[in-house]
Design a protein around this ligand. Structure first.
Ligand code: PLP
Length: 389
């Protein structure tokens, strides 16, 4: 079956963060929303059908997850990532951001140092600061349009850190960390007894020519220090169903985390999220591979458009994720003015780079998971705005 990613779907008035909060976020209700990380494509039909089937039963009482829930996750990890896991390794959590916060609370104590690699997804900051832990920055290095890890600094910081939160692949700079980079992180963290909380929510959104490596699957020693957060939500566009897995192979760490989740009474999850997850992992590969083709073409389209029309704007081509990191620094314009012009002159709702912390000044993040006609309109508006700078 060929899926139609060109279809325009009206998402307004569906309690949809991306569209219905535009006035609140941008002060303008009609910007083309290219910010929060969900997609303007239909959640696939086989997932909707499974949810609708269950919704047809008149009672939505307490639920639980059985073999049918775990087996597709186990098989997906094996077939897509070459990672062998067991049912016991998988702990449910209602979302990856909640999982990051829970893991920080479960494995660290106030004042402990936690390393993150900015510019990075904003909730990484909150997961540390909101719980009185200390943020430590191993800022990424930008080299010829590619972001790299500062291993020398990491080696220093790891000496007195307790945890590192790894974004693998990395939002917003789109890096799909390769095996040797991850091996170097593992080596440093193992030596210094630093736990690695690896957020792998974008693992199934890797562009052709790149390969996702599960941090915990690098070696038995890496598995000992790893807590992996994974979810079907980005890939299959079901973030509203708040369903994710925290996969921990080390039984001692897993015990601590699952007891924490149980004490918070978070382990039930929601009925429809469980069903959607099962359906996604069971039937999702043909849809996912067509999605990747479409996203890759959107990335190519954006690259060509910018190169041909907006030469002063630089774009960081993502190896993974549907986010494009745009570098406006050649325009020498301050961030507030840039943001204002994008919203009020171009009618575009991007995420300011400053939201992602150090290294974000002069950048914007653009979500290209939309029909090509929408992307084309957005790029034409961007072009017109940049001409006026
Ligand atoms: C790196 C990363 N982690 C987590 C999330 C969100 O996870 P959840 O919706 O499951 O809390 C996002 C969404 O953009 C993300 O980019």
């Amino acid at each position: 079956m060929k899926y139609d990613f060109d279809k325009i779907i009206d998402r307004t008035n569906t309690a949809c963060v991306k569209y219905d909060l535009r006035q609140t976020i941008f002060g303008k209700s009609d910007v083309i929303p290219m910010w929060v990380a969900d997609m303007d494509f239909e959640t696939p039909d086989f997932i909707r059908d499974a949810v609708i089937r269950r919704a047809g039963h008149p009672i939505y009482g307490y639920t639980f997850r059985d073999e049918d829930y775990y087996q597709p996750i186990i098989e997906w990890m094996q077939s897509h990532h070459g990672w062998t896991i067991q049912k016991e390794d998988v702990v449910f959590c209602p979302g990856v951001v909640p999982a990051l916060n829970m893991a920080v609370l479960a494995f660290t104590k106030p004042s402990d140092k936690i390393i993150i690699q900015p510019p990075v997804y904003r909730p990484f900051y909150g997961a540390v600061r909101d719980h009185e832990r200390e943020l430590v920055y191993n800022q990424l290095i930008q080299k010829e349009n590619k972001y790299l890890i500062d291993f020398e600094l990491l080696e220093e910081l790891a000496k007195d850190a307790v945890m590192m939160i790894l974004c693998n692949p990395h939002n917003p700079v789109g890096r799909c960390w390769d095996q040797s980079e991850l091996d170097s992180i593992a080596k440093i963290c193992i030596k210094n007894h630093v736990l690695v909380l690896s957020d792998e929510i974008h693992a199934d959104l890797v562009m052709p020519g790149n390969k996702h490596e599960v941090f915990a699957n690098l070696s038995p020693e890496a598995a000992e220090i790893a807590i992996t957060a994974h979810a079907p939500s980005k890939t299959f566009n079901l973030a509203g169903l708040a369903t994710s897995s925290v996969i921990i192979l080390n039984p001692d760490l897993r015990k601590v985390f699952s007891e924490f989740i149980d004490k918070m009474h978070l382990s039930m999850g929601n009925l429809f999220g469980n069903i959607a997850s099962t359906s996604a992992y069971l039937h999702g590969e043909p849809w996912r591979s067509q999605l990747i083709d479409y996203l890759q073409t959107n990335i190519d389209f954006t690259t060509t458009f910018i190169n041909e029309n907006i030469p002063h704007l630089k774009m960081i081509r993502p190896e993974a994720t549907y986010m494009i990191w745009l570098d406006f620094r050649d325009y020498r314009i301050d961030d507030e003015t840039l943001k204002h012009k994008l919203i009020h002159e171009a009618g575009l709702g991007f995420n300011p780079g400053t939201e992602f912390g150090p290294g974000g000044k002069g950048f914007m993040r653009m979500n290209i998971a939309c029909p090509r006609s929408t992307l084309k309109e957005a790029l034409e508006r961007l072009h017109a705005m940049c001409e006026s700078l």
